[in-house]
Design a protein around this ligand. Sequence first.
Ligand code: SF4
Ligand code: SF4
Ligand code: F3S
Length: 388
Amino acid sequence: MHAHLDWFSYLRTQGISRRGFLKYCAGLASLLALPGSAAGQIADALAARRTPLVWLSLQACTGCTESLLRSYAPSVDTLILDYFSLDYHHTLQAAAGDAAEAARLAALANGGYLLVVDGSVSSGQHLNCSTIAGRSSMQVLAETVEQAAAVIAVGSCAAFGGLPAANPNPTAALAVEQLMAQGSIPRRPLVNLPGCPPLPEAITGTLAHFIAFGRLPALDALARPLAIYGRTLHDRCARIHFFYAGQFAESFDDEGARKGWCLYKLGCRGPTTHNACMTLKWNGGTSSPVDAGHPCIGCSEPDFWDGGGFYRQSSPVGPGVSANEEASRGQVLFDDQCVYCHEPDASDLDVEPTGLRAAYEQRGGRAHRTELSDEEWADLMKYLETTR
Ligand code: SF4
Ligand code: SF4
Ligand code: F3S
């Protein structure tokens, strides 16, 4: 694809200037929380290499691919995909049947490609619910992972099971990470990019990072890039001052909704959802569900679908959110710092909230990344009290 053109000539044919591309690379560096100097390295790597990419779509709705290609005008995001050596992609490839399989096998023979997977995988007695060229998706995935340099699980289906795995999970659908953990497929470096679908920048940013630096970006305990999934929506929401002021929309068309008040009572999962929708936004930075007046339904969290009704507030005050400001700040802190190792509802902490700081200091705070101020400790303890 476009093999006869160098990268900059190719961009020019698509109406994107060299300056525009360099600006885009600076944006990618900032998205990935890298120093500004990394922008040049990303630009050089993207311009110089056509990294082979194999993309398997398993039990998926194609929404994840659509997310990446959604732009009404060519964007650098989509062009990057175009400029990859996209050796195999179920949805995008022109080849079909034997020719498509031959392309996958040729990529396998060369090895060293990046493997992108969207969709989850049927297993057990339901192995043949999802097949490719007469073989189960599990078999095809296992042999494709074998030769991959790294695996990128795109979307909540590939990362956590998603919709196909929702109760009663008729195909015994599993996520890529679960399959690696149980030994059904080989272990390879893995990054999860959940979301239904994920933000396109999460996909292109992760690909660009791998090409430029030869490794995956820093990840959290759920293998999600920290730079994108490291904070909750709530923490970066423009409506948060309404949350603290106790001003909530009670229905979709009441006065509060019209005034842009907090959507928490309409079931917003922003306080427990880690994603960058509030900063990167959707459709080229235009808007987000919450900006448009719709509560976040938590599409990038592991309990999406089975985690409760979408438009219901989960408890009188919320999913672990206290009515007062200190405890709310404490929850933001917990979601930012603690949730990577501890249960989201803090139920696995073996000390009472009041004894938490002493226990932390006694045990040397090992494995903890951040020192907290006195005020932050107080907020955290207030929040934990509300969870008991
Ligand atoms: Fe479709 Fe959502 Fe699954 Fe992506 S994560 S394949 S958009 S259901
Ligand atoms: Fe924003 Fe939702 Fe948090 Fe309200 S609950 S501040 S709408 S993220
Ligand atoms: Fe998903 Fe919530 Fe963003 S529903 S798209 S994480 S606003």
